[in-house]
Design a protein. Structure first.
Length: 161
């Protein structure tokens, strides 16, 4: 009985597939605006939680977090959640933290609140600092599970500072 050879051998097919994959994989993609990629990764329905735990002891981190909240608020739902030492930034009598790169904590917090970005304080952290909601800057709210989870229809993306 005579064996028939396939028209294309498996080695030839495998080699052609490898060449095709290497050619496509090594092709440079056109350069574009970096924000285009970011827009594809996040949806305007994705919510951004800025988790701020740094306060006056690490002003760069605190101010960077507030800056990121401002930057994302133009395209996404944003909330700022403050716990640990960041609670100190939310007190009505809080010291103003300044940095030439980021600006003033007082101005940034009020700007966020004026633009409708909710700022939440951890209730346990307030208690551990011997503070109450009456010590907070007006319009800063006490955090609740509902508030932290219901501000967006999409995913929740968290940035920690």
């Amino acid at each position: 009985m005579e064996k028939r050879l396939h028209k294309y051998s498996p080695v030839l097919l495998l080699t052609a597939l490898m060449v095709l994959l290497m050619t496509y994989g090594c092709t440079a993609l056109p350069e574009g605006d970096e924000t285009e990629g970011a827009k594809k990764v996040t949806s305007t329905e994705d919510g951004i939680v800025i988790h701020l735990h740094s306060g006056t002891e690490d002003p760069n981190a605190a101010l960077m977090g507030l800056t990121m909240a401002k930057n994302f608020s133009s395209t996404n739902p944003v909330i700022v959640y403050c716990d640990l030492e960041a609670i100190n930034l939310l007190m009505e009598d809080a010291a103003n933290v300044n940095n030439t790169a980021y600006g003033s904590s007082h101005v940034m917090i009020n700007t966020l609140l004026d633009h409708g970005v909710p700022i939440y304080a951890c209730p346990s952290c307030l208690k551990s600092h011997n503070k109450t909601d009456e010590d907070l800057i007006p319009r800063v709210q006490i955090a609740s599970k509902t508030a932290l989870l219901s501000f967006t229809k999409g995913r929740i993306i968290t940035l920690d500072y």
